[in-house]
Design a protein around this ligand. Structure first.
Ligand SMILES: *[C@@H]1O[C@H](CO)[C@@H](O)[C@H](O)[C@H]1NC(C)=O
Length: 320
């Protein structure tokens, strides 16, 4: 009965992304806030990439990962923020279904690469702390390059499969997405017709790509922390911890908010809570990543200082 009813409905061609509510006075303020966030995110992460690429002292696997991660963070927020800014500016909240699925696919690839890179980074820290003497042999430029390549290619392959499934979904019931971008679950929920199996497969697939890397990262950190706690001298303990604390902060925010989203039931929590938590891992992590790494990391700070000094020197020379 229900199925017959559903089949009669004509497929829709576009969604409405509700974003952050209907208060018109709030839109310019939100626009400004997100514009600043976007500019700072792109500038900060690009700066980190430039430092990693140009500074010879940062040519170690840990910084290769960091450079790739920053590069990714720029793409990640570029998949979401420009579109959000445009709709805040114009007030046009519609998005074609193709556009929405495209955003979802791009965002999906980035999210999976991010998961895999974070896992590779924690494995790198695990090796550095658990096997400090063999670290240089275990994790060299070649291995890190392989891990980075596997992360990128693996994510693209995996996301192609999910995307093929996604593009087969049909949408007809409802067109409103109560979110600020085309996220996975809100879009899947809107699909209709005989797509139950397809939904199940896509959700399982994507869940797997979050849960497995998350567990691996967690396992690395359990090993790292037990190793650190066993170090007898306080100073060496602090030193060991400082090499992984930046990464631990990023991982905690990233997975902490994501897990909260899935654990907190949708039914009786305010919708805004979900949006705020999503903001944390889609917008906040890329924004604070360069801050965490440059403030907490002596080598990056030093490299930044040198780069600034060089810049000042060049300007002075020009003036003379
Ligand atoms: C990304 O990783 C590769 C392989 O480790 C490295 O050669 C490259 O410099 C990294 N890219 C950036 C921007 O750091």
């Amino acid at each position: 009965m229900e199925k017959a009813e559903r089949k009669n409905q004509t497929p829709i061609a576009e969604f409405i992304i509700l974003g952050f509510g209907d208060v018109p006075e709030l839109q310019p303020l939100l626009f400004l806030v997100f514009l600043v966030i976007y500019i700072v995110t792109v500038a900060g992460n690009s700066l980190l990439v430039v430092l990693v690429v140009t500074d010879r002292r940062l040519r170690t696997p840990m910084y290769y990962f960091l450079g790739n991660f920053s590069c990714l963070e720029t793409c990640y927020s570029s998949a979401i923020l420009p579109r959000l800014l445009a709709s805040l500016l114009t007030g046009d909240r519609t998005i074609s279904i193709k556009g929405c699925l495209l955003q979802l696919s791009v965002f999906g690839v980035m999210a999976v690469i991010e998961n895999l890179l974070l896992t590779a980074m924690s494995y790198d820290r695990y090796l550095a702390i658990r096997h400090p003497l063999r670290y240089a042999a275990l994790m060299n430029g070649k291995v890190s390059c392989q891990l980075v390549t596997v992360s990128w290619i693996g994510s693209f392959m995996f996301c192609t499969i999910v995307s093929v499934l996604l593009w087969q979904l049909t949408f007809c019931d409802s067109k409103e997405i109560d979110h600020f971008f085309c996220d996975f679950l809100p879009v899947i929920k809107l699909s209709c017709g005989d797509t139950q199996n397809l939904q199940l497969v896509t959700i399982t697939f994507s869940g797997l790509m979050t849960v497995v890397p998350c567990l691996l990262t967690l396992a690395s950190y359990v090993c790292i922390i037990t190793t650190i706690l066993r170090i007898p001298s306080t100073t060496s303990r602090q030193k060991a911890f400082s090499t992984c604390s930046s990464h631990l902060i990023t991982v905690t925010i990233f997975y902490g908010t994501r897990i909260t989203i899935y654990v907190v039931p949708t039914a009786n929590t305010p919708k805004d809570l979900h949006k705020i938590l999503s903001l944390c891992y889609t917008v906040l992590t890329p924004l604070i990543n360069p801050v965490i790494y440059s403030l907490r990391n002596k080598e990056v700070k030093e490299s930044l200082r040198k780069a600034l000094l060089k810049l000042v020197a060049i300007r002075n020379r020009r003036r003379v």
